[in-house]
Design a protein around this ligand. Sequence first.
Ligand code: SF4
Length: 333
Amino acid sequence: MSALLDLRGLTKHFPLSPDLFGRPKATVHALDDVSLSLARGETLSIVGESGCGKSTLGKAIVQLQVPTAGDILLEGARVNGQRGAALKAFRKRVQMVFQDPYSSLNPRLTVFDSLAEPLRNFGIAHARAELERQIGDLLQQVGLPRDAAHRYPHEFSGGQRQRIAIARALAPRPDLIVCDEAVSALDVSVKAQVVNLLGDIQKATGLSLVFISHDLAIVEHLTHRVAVMYLGRVVELAERRALFGDARHPYTRALISAVPVPDPKVRKTRTMLKGDVPSPLRPPSGCRFHTRCPFATETCRAVTPALRPVAEGHKVACHFDISPDGTQVRDAA
Ligand code: SF4
């Protein structure tokens, strides 16, 4: 698989409004030095608790947020900071699906009009007959009948509305769709259907997906690789099997422990995450996880751990190698 997207040292800080004397009050450290890549036809999931920076990362990728530093490359070409025709060409290739389908569907427009807009804008179809044909095909692609085109968004269930939002994102035939908590608001069974739909579309079209979610159970079914984020930084990056079977970072292990499991014996061995994520206004020094980590030392409080390789395709940002049961803690080699 060749690289489609490269993120290099992506950083996004939000300075808050200055105080009465014009002095900047504080800065929200939403993203710090995030470097990731995505291959064609691959799904990379970004997971973490609320406030970890995953949605900011998604918005930066689709250029709804301008990064403070770092680069976004699409097939090797730097794309951040684009405007006008270049930005339009980028948007044709990179689309986004939000948690709330109404973010991309105007409730006053029929499904036909909502889907016709990107087809016209990106010069894919203009004539009525061609629009009818392509919109019917898009609806079928997302498992809806062709005649759904002539109804309004409120006439559909939440899951069906999200299918329409996916059809709209697919309309310009993008290379990449960023799904930001796209199934989080749906019922469990509907979630699974929409996730399966995304998987089927990917197999049929070679689409790449960045799947942002706090729900590891869903991620496990869909993804090829996972990046775990904590307070704006990537703390672990691995292929799905390695992450769910051999997580190395204490935060990742705690997140996986929090996934509901039916077996009470498994539940007994869980390690629960204590406390809340600290404020991104004043992230902790050194390893940002040190305030919640049972293994934290003075080194952790002073030195930021680099994302280091621990196995083929598996990286972790921790100063130590910690055994799965937490009984052995060794300095990283
Ligand atoms: Fe915990 Fe220290 Fe590793 Fe951070 S670097 S995860 S605080 S042991």
